[in-house]
Design a protein around this ligand. Structure first.
Ligand SMILES: C[S@@+](CC[C@H](N)C(=O)[O-])C[C@H]1O[C@@H](n2cnc3c(N)ncnc32)[C@H](O)[C@@H]1O
Length: 386
């Protein structure tokens, strides 16, 4: 596909997103209807689409609106790139109108802070409160794609052995300082999908900060672990690989449907609960549902769908999860409360409200991981029941 045809495809997919379809779903629909597109084309179209979604505000401001076409114009304008081959012929987008051509030739206008940082306006004060002087650099980073990280399954292989195995398969990876299990993939990412290291469970795709959260929790936990919000099981698998007996629970058990197969590949056994958790546990991890504001590089559409009402709903669920986990924690036991959010409202404020309402708990530690450290933004509070 020529660049203009890729841009036309991106415009179509972005239009579908703007009409309410999830970005991944829109990409899949386009992919099925576009058998002529090779893997390089698909990757390029994907990059164009996700680039525009991450930078929706600045691209709209520079492109003259929020349509797929305006977003492509805005992105090209921001990069100082000329749009070649927009002729309306073949698979190319329709030629630029006189107004569009004038826009593309005009000097770049000043953008507001929220536009330049691609942040929803209502969230700027929340990021300032949470991150202070780091707000702008963090939000700037969120405008770019996330690095690819792997977790080395130390139950099966060492980090050094995996680096060598991946190198032999044409995949370059290096140790990342955020976690002792973390590798950052620096080249050959596309070869990962078919690699033996992945299919045989020596590595898992997992963000480095997510790994750091699991290892921080592991450092203070002992005995069987209840992963109360296990979802796909990223942290449950990380904890099992560190030798913990893990029981996985989720309010929506179907979210854990892949977990037995993933555990099997990793050589781990994880008990998956079909219903409610009960009893008293020496260690519970609550990786709570959240805005995902620390991982908006990976899931950028969530940034634009997030609202004050949704934040209030999430805060209520987070409080309820903390209460439920407190009741399941044995005396002397550890409760880890984690989110992949950077917002105080979902982190420090939830923990402070919990401590005010539930006597007899102590804070072991609180840690915020910033995208400036390389991985996603995360928060982890480690609490001990007296
Ligand atoms: C952030 S995700 C978990 C990610 C997972 N721990 C991992 O590392 O891959 C949060 C999970 O919490 C679950 N959840 C939402 N409300 C819940 C509740 N009230 N009780 C338990 N789990 C809940 C969601 O279904 C979702 O799977």
């Amino acid at each position: 596909m020529k660049p203009a045809a890729r841009e036309a495809a991106a415009i179509e997919i972005l239009e579908s997103w703007r009409e309410g379809r999830a970005v991944e779903a829109a990409l899949t629909v386009w992919g099925r209807a576009s058998r002529f597109a090779g893997s390089g084309d698909r990757e390029a179209v994907r990059d164009l689409v996700f680039g525009a979604v991450r930078r929706f505000r600045s691209a709209s401001a520079l492109g003259g609106g929020g349509s797929g076409r305006a977003l492509m114009l805005g992105q090209a304008r921001a990069e100082g790139r000329r749009l070649e081959g927009w002729t309306g012929e073949g698979h190319a987008p329709v030629a630029l109108s006189a107004a569009e051509a004038a826009l593309m030739d005009a000097p770049l206008p000043p953008l507001t802070r929220g536009e330049a940082l691609d942040c929803p306006e209502w969230l700027l004060p929340a990021f300032d409160a949470a991150l202070g002087g780091a707000a702008d650099p963090v939000l700037s980073l969120m405008r770019d794609r996330a690095p690819v990280f792997l977790r080395v399954n130390r139950a099966k292989a060492s980090r050094e052995a995996v680096i060598a195995e991946l190198a032999a398969a044409g995949i370059e990876a290096r140790a990342h300082p955020l976690a002792e299990t973390a590798l950052e993939v620096t080249a050959g990412t596309r070869k990962l999908r078919n690699s033996a290291a992945l299919s045989e469970g020596r590595v898992e795709l997992q963000d480095a900060a997510s790994q750091a959260v699991a290892l921080d929790f592991a450092a203070v936990a002992s005995g069987p672990v209840l992963d109360y919000c296990a979802g796909g099981g990223g942290k449950a698998l990380a904890l099992a690989a560190e030798g913990f007996a893990v029981t996985a629970h989720d309010a929506e058990p179907r979210r854990m449907s892949d977990l037995p197969a993933r555990a099997g590949r990793a050589g781990a056994t994880i008990e998956v609960l079909a219903g409610e958790a009960s009893g008293r546990w020496p260690a519970i991890l609550a990786d709570a549902p959240c805005s995902g504001s620390g991982s908006w590089r990976r899931a950028p559409e969530a940034k634009w769908a997030f609202t004050p009402g949704r934040l209030a709903e999430l805060n209520a669920v987070q409080a309820q999860i903390l209460r439920a986990c407190a009741a399941l924690t044995a005396p002397g036991g550890v409760l880890g409360y984690a989110t992949c959010s950077l917002l105080r409202e979902e982190n420090e404020e939830r923990v402070a409200a919990f401590l005010a309402a539930e006597p007899g708990w102590q804070v072991i530690s609180e840690r915020r991981l910033s995208p400036l450290d390389g991985g996603d933004g995360f928060y982890l509070a480690l609490l001990r029941r007296g």
